[in-house]
Design a protein around this ligand. Structure first.
Ligand SMILES: [Zn+2]
Length: 114
């Protein structure tokens, strides 16, 4: 066992091998730094590749956003908020019903104004 200083936080610790980090947190921090440096060095290539991937797989992101939106609405409803239902994530039939209801609401509004 030899005592070495942590590469990240500088605190001394004992290691039987050639350890550089005192804890898993410090190891994660180091990995984060390495990744950040890599991104900084290869920014243009990485961003270009991510943009291309996004364009080719846009449906994945749209699907994910829809799911998140639905979950958000559910969460807000669970907390007792009255959430206006949007057309996102509804079936064709539900969309038609929602549109009819919206029109009825608008007619009521117009009648109320005049
Ligand atoms: Zn450390």
């Amino acid at each position: 066992m030899k005592e070495v200083k942590c590469f990240i936080c500088g605190s001394p610790f004992l290691t039987p091998t050639t350890g550089k980090f005192c804890s898993i947190e410090c190891k994660k921090e180091h990995k984060k730094n390495v990744n950040r440096e890599f991104h900084e060095r290869n920014k243009e290539i990485v961003n270009k590749k991510r943009k291309e991937y996004y364009k080719e797989n846009i449906h994945i992101y749209k699907e994910r956003d829809k799911k998140r939106h639905k979950e958000n609405i559910l969460n807000r409803e669970m907390q007792g908020e009255s959430v206006r239902k949007r057309l996102i994530g509804l079936t064709e039939k539900e969309k038609k019903i929602a549109e009819i209801k919206k029109e009825e609401k608008n007619i009521k509004k117009i009648n109320y104004i005049h």
